[in-house]
Design a protein around this ligand. Structure first.
Ligand code: FO1
Length: 314
């Protein structure tokens, strides 16, 4: 079976390691969110693309979730000492990825081909693609504790200000006019299954599905998702702050509702089993219930197989 996975960062990385044990890596195309990409030190930083690439190559820092295992931060220390921007922690090895990406981009190669090439160099068998080569940016409209209205880049909200502001709205700037990256629509059209990784429905999957052509292409294929919400809270990250402003409750039901009209199946955690009847009756999705906490690759493989099994029945 050919599979397309829609992916954010860390949750997706863990899940995808399980998925490539359930299907051959060569049969997988990962379409990755780029709306939390940022420019810093003159470099294009693509956190979700890099997380997916590092996790699939087995080089990710499993504890921190992002960046390379065993990385050092000597260059960043020097940037800080010299008065440069140091709020976003790029490790020394990670910086190597960014410099290579900058070189390839400056030679005129598009981000999709650059991403494919870098993933291949990391020994990744799956095809990794950005959702778009155009600029789409998740902006967070928030209220600071002193009452100031803020309009923040996602990474300013999450990393620089540590999610301390009250979120009022989220928008995907540029999504209305952005075109899917080369290869994305082709991969979806050929896919036997489209899987939505257990990523943040607002910050990670929302921007991908905000590209109308991607959403429409996915709707024409069998789609199943995996809940990133377990026991009423996100396994990782800040989905609990963002889902309410998008109108979704912070529960496995709310996560399923984010893909209403798109997914025909949804995987939820054992602890959320009570939501299964509502997801089935109100959203019309088939539900698989399993332990979704991906402590290792065996656990991730079990979750991936549960998602695939939802699309196998006729
Ligand atoms: N997250 C942080 O909380 N602090 C950081 O300094 C940080 C640096 C960073 C560098 C490279 C990279 O690929 C990811 C990085 N992240 C960092 C993670 C990132 O901010 C988010 O978790 C993702 O964008 C959300 O998917």
């Amino acid at each position: 079976v050919k599979v397309v996975a829609l992916a954010g960062g860390v949750g997706a990385g863990k899940f995808l390691r399980g998925l490539i044990r359930a299907i051959p890596a060569e049969d997988l195309t990962v379409v990755v969110n780029t709306a939390d990409d940022l420019r810093i030190h003159g470099l294009l930083v693509c956190p979700d693309i890099d997380s997916v690439t590092y996790w699939l190559s087995g080089l990710a820092d499993r504890e921190r979730g992002w960046g390379r295992e065993g990385d050092s931060f000597r260059a960043l220390e020097e940037v800080k000492r010299l008065g440069g921007e140091a709020w976003f922690s790029l490790g020394d090895l990670d910086l190597g990825t960014h410099l290579a990406r900058a070189d390839l981009l400056s030679s005129g190669i598009g981000l999709a081909e650059v991403t494919r090439r870098i993933a291949r160099r990391f020994g990744v068998g799956a095809t990794v693609l950005p959702m778009t080569e155009d600029t789409v940016t998740t902006r967070i409209e928030a209220l600071a504790s002193d009452g100031e209205h803020l309009d923040l880049h996602f990474q300013e909200y999450w990393v620089a200000r540590r999610a301390r502001d009250e979120v009022k709205a989220v928008r995907y700037e540029g999504a209305e006019v952005a075109r899917p990256a080369p290869g994305v629509l082709e991969a979806i059209a050929e896919a036997d299954a489209v899987l939505i990784c257990p990523s943040n429905p607002v910050a990670s999957i929302g921007p991908i599905l905000a590209l109308r052509d991607i959403r429409e292409a996915a709707r024409a294929r069998p789609v199943a998702g995996v809940s990133p919400i377990v026991g009423g809270a996100p396994v990782l990250g800040m989905a609990d702050r963002l889902m309410p402003v998008a109108g979704w409750e912070v529960s496995a039901f709310g996560a399923a509702a984010a893909y209403s009209g798109l997914a025909k199946g949804f995987v939820i955690d054992d602890r959320d089993r009570r939501f299964a009847p509502r997801i089935q009756s109100e959203l019309g999705m088939e539900v698989a219930v399993t332990d979704t906490i991906m402590t290792d690759d065996d656990a991730a493989e079990r979750v991936a197989r549960a998602a695939l099994s939802l699309l196998e029945s006729p």
